[in-house]
Design a binder for this molecule. Sequence first.
Ligand SMILES: [Fe+2]
Length: 353
Amino acid sequence: MLDAVQMGTLPQARHGLPLVIRPRSERSAAWIAQWLQSRAQWVAAQLAEHGAILLRGFAVADAAAFESIARAIAPELKNDYLGTSPRNALTSHVFSASELPPYYPIPQHCEMSFTAHPPDRLFFCALAPNTSPGGETPLVDFARVAADLDPAVRARFEARGVRNIRNYQAPAAPGSRRRDLWQLKPWDDMFGTTDRAVVEAKCRANGFEWQWGEGGALRLLGTQPAIVAHPTTGTPVWFNHTQVFHLSAAADELRRVGQRPGQLRSAVLARIVALVTAVKSRTTDPEALPMHCTYGDGTPIPDADMNAVRDAIWANLVAYRWQRGDVVAIDNRRVAHGRLPYRGERMIAVAWA
Ligand SMILES: [Fe+2]
């Protein structure tokens, strides 16, 4: 049966990330789902070795087909999302990956690394990829990031851990919802409820401290180690969201994206965002920023330390263009994902377990 598919890697792969599986002849989503399900141990071993598997060339036409493939690898999909991206539900367990505007880059991260129970598996599917340049969902092996990180910076993060601060807006009145990119979505969007008792129970389960603020705003706080042992291999993995939450994230991410071919717009935006960030850093209490992080002892993380982290991340970046029907299965405890800016319409779906 292995003859029915072709295995390989992409030209831009790093250390075998990701493994690519393609059909030798036309194959449906149901076929590849059955194929994966019948060799679960082998699939798990490939994910452990490569960090991610890209299924390319199978006929995956809709969210239901994608869900059946994800369930073939991880039958118990989840649908509780405590992250920061705005998302829309496509099925009960498949969502749009992010409703953030196309020009906004999403820095590399392991999904929900700041929660007590982050997903083990993460899946993306290109139901309708953008046709313009960009829009890749790069993959990065965060075990290599931990290993490659400047030793002095790594020692600081290991000794102190990190502290996350997120400030959520109060639920908006119906019809008045507007998305401000500097603000997180309202907390009822994230928790799926306006019931404060339910929110507090979820916070407790995830190790978040919470503070209700003026006008119904919600602040979430949490501390965690910066580097975590992989649950099955024990390999140290960079496993936190500082590269997303730090005030320097947007400007420096745009600057790095802007150095890629076809991403001139990001280079221009980087300068504007750098100016806005400089103003914000002088005029705003950092604890009141929508997203903020410090070392675990509350001391600031210098921009230079975050730059060292991003150097290690970008040195390990694997970016490839989406093709329609692509499905990627990721070991979320080790391999990070992000999003490069693009133009136009598209639909990339996500599921997790
Ligand atoms: Fe994500």
